[in-house]
Design a protein around this ligand. Structure first.
Ligand SMILES: [Zn+2]
Length: 421
C-alpha cells in the first residue's frame, strides 16, 4: 500500500495564530504519515497515489478532548436532571452494564463505527472501571485507525456498589490495563480518576504516582457544577479550590492533563489554570443539557490557557465536533449578553481553531496542514444542503456545513497519513 498521497480538494485551516488559510483547488502531499506540502500546483511526484476529491472541503481532523464511550448508548435521553442526580439516576446504572463483555462489545462497536464516520480523528475517551471491556474498546478503536487515549476509570467511593472498586484493586487493574496496552500503536492509555468525589485520597495519590513514573497523561473533571464544587469542598476542606484538591494529590500538571468543563474555574481557581500542562475540554452542549453553566472560553483564550472542545457524550447528545463548534459560539453569545459583557463572544473561526489546533496540541501537534505535521484530515461534502449562492468563501462553506449538517458522515478520512475510507 502506498504511503504517499497527493490529494486535490479545497483546503481550509487556521494558522498558528488563528488566521484563516483558504486554499481552493489545491494539492496536499502526504508522505509516511506526515504533511509534506500544500500547494496550488500539482507536485511532481511519481510514487504517490492521486486522490481526486475536487469540490470537497478538506479540513484538518478535529479533536474530541472529552467523551464517555460508555454513555453513548443513551445519548439524547434523560436530560431533565442536573449533574449529580443524572449520574446516580442514569449514568452509573448504564456504566455498570459494561461488566458484561457482551454488552460492552455491542455498545463499543456502535460507538467506534459512529466515531469513525465523524469529523473526529483524535479523542480522549472515558470507558468504565472495567478493565476487560475498556481493553475491548481500545482494540476496536485501534482496528478502526482512530488515534485516541482511552482511560479505565477509577472509582472507589460515592458510587453505586457495582461501580465501587476496592482501592488496591483499582490500582492493580490500572497497572494491568497499561501493561496490556503496550503494543497498541494509535491508542494509548490515560490515567482517569473520574472526579474528586469518586476517588479516595489514597487512590488519587497512587494514580498521580503512576502517571508521573510512566509519563502517562491524565484526564478528569473540574468545576462542572455548583453542587459538585460544594461537595468537593466538604470532601477536601483543606483545599482552597477544586483544582487545588487535584494539586494537593499531585494531579495538577507534570504530565499533560485534560480537565473537562472548568465552568467555574475563572472565579474559583484562576491562578492554577495558567499551567502549560493543563488543557480545558470545553463541552458547551453538555453544560447546557445538565444546566451546568457556561464556561468562560474567552477568558481562557485571553489568559493563554490550553483549550479544546469536547462532545462529553452523553451529557452532550452528539459526537459531532462540528456541532460543538457552533454550540461554543452560541453559548459564548449568551454568556456575553446575559452574564458578563467583559468577554466578547467567540467567532466561528476561533471556535474552529480551538477544535482543530487547540485540542490537537494535546496529541503533540495536529490540527493543521503545516509541513511535518501528522496528516489528519477529513473531507466534507457541503453540497448536501443546497444553496443558490455561488460565491461563498471556504470558511463560509465550512460554517454553513457546521450549522446545517454537523452529523453528516464525512466523505473521506485520513489519520496519521493512513486513509481510513
Ligand atoms: Zn465527562
Amino acid at each position: 500500500m502506498s504511503s504517499a498521497y497527493v490529494i486535490h480538494a479545497d483546503f481550509y485551516q487556521t494558522d498558528r495564530e488563528g488566521m484563516a488559510l483558504e486554499m481552493p483547488s489545491s494539492y496536499l502531499l502526504v508522505r509516511d504519515g506526515r504533511v509534506v506540502s500544500l500547494t496550488t500546483s500539482r507536485p511532481d511526484v511519481s510514487d504517490a497515489t492521486f486522490l481526486d476529491w475536487s469540490g470537497l472541503l478538506v479540513i484538518p481532523g478535529l479533536t474530541d478532548l472529552h467523551v464517555h464511550a460508555s454513555q453513548y448508548q443513551f445519548r439524547g435521553l434523560w436530560m431533565d436532571e442536573e449533574l449529580l442526580e443524572w449520574l446516580n439516576a442514569h449514568t452509573f446504572p448504564e456504566e455498570a452494564k459494561y461488566k458484561e463483555i457482551s454488552y460492552a462489545s455491542q455498545a463499543y462497536r456502535i460507538f467506534t463505527d459512529d466515531l469513525l464516520h465523524s469529523a473526529t480523528t483524535r479523542a480522549a475517551i472515558f470507558a468504565t472501571i472495567h478493565e476487560d471491556s475498556t481493553l475491548l474498546l481500545a482494540r476496536y478503536l485501534e482496528e478502526a485507525g482512530i488515534a485516541a487515549y482511552v482511560g479505565k476509570v477509577n472509582m472507589d467511593r460515592n458510587s453505586v456498589p457495582e461501580l465501587t472498586e476496592d482501592s488496591e484493586a483499582s490500582v492493580m487493574s490500572t497497572l494491568s490495563f497499561i501493561e496490556k496496552m503496550k503494543d497498541f500503536k494509535n491508542v494509548k492509555p490515560i490515567i482517569t480518576p473520574r472526579f474528586i468525589p469518586s476517588c479516595s485520597d489514597w487512590l488519587l495519590d497512587e494514580l498521580a504516582c503512576i502517571a508521573k513514573e510512566r509519563g502517562l497523561p491524565v484526564q478528569s473533571h473540574l468545576s462542572e457544577n455548583q453542587s459538585e464544587g460544594e461537595w468537593v469542598h466538604s470532601l477536601c476542606p483543606e483545599s482552597v479550590s477544586y483544582a487545588d484538591a487535584y494539586r494537593r494529590h499531585g494531579l495538577w500538571g507534570g504530565v499533560p492533563t485534560i480537565m473537562a468543563h472548568c465552568v467555574y474555574s475563572m472565579e474559583a481557581e484562576p491562578g492554577l489554570m495558567r499551567n502549560e500542562d493543563i488543557f480545558v475540554a470545553h463541552c458547551p452542549d453538555s453544560n447546557t443539557n445538565l444546566s451546568s453553566g457556561i464556561a468562560p472560553a474567552r477568558w481562557f483564550l485571553e489568559n493563554g490557557v490550553n483549550m479544546g472542545l469536547g462532545s462529553d457524550v452523553a451529557g452532550g447528545t452528539t459526537l459531532s465536533i462540528l456541532r460543538a463548534i457552533t454550540d461554543a459560539v452560541k453559548v459564548s453569545k449568551l454568556r456575553w449578553r446575559l452574564v458578563d459583557q467583559r468577554f466578547r463572544p467567540l467567532s466561528f473561526r476561533e471556535a474552529f481553531h480551538i477544535a482543530s489546533r487547540g485540542g490537537g496540541a494535546f496529541f503533540g501537534g495536529v490540527g493543521g496542514f503545516d509541513e511535518g505535521m501528522e496528516a489528519d484530515l477529513v473531507a466534507l461534502d457541503d453540497s448536501v444542503r443546497k444553496t443558490a449562492i455561488k460565491d461563498l468563501s471556504l470558511e463560509e462553506r465550512l460554517e454553513r456545513h457546521a450549522y446545517l449538517a454537523p452529523e453528516e458522515p464525512v466523505t473521506h478520512k485520513m489519520v496519521k497519513g493512513r486513509l481510513l475510507f
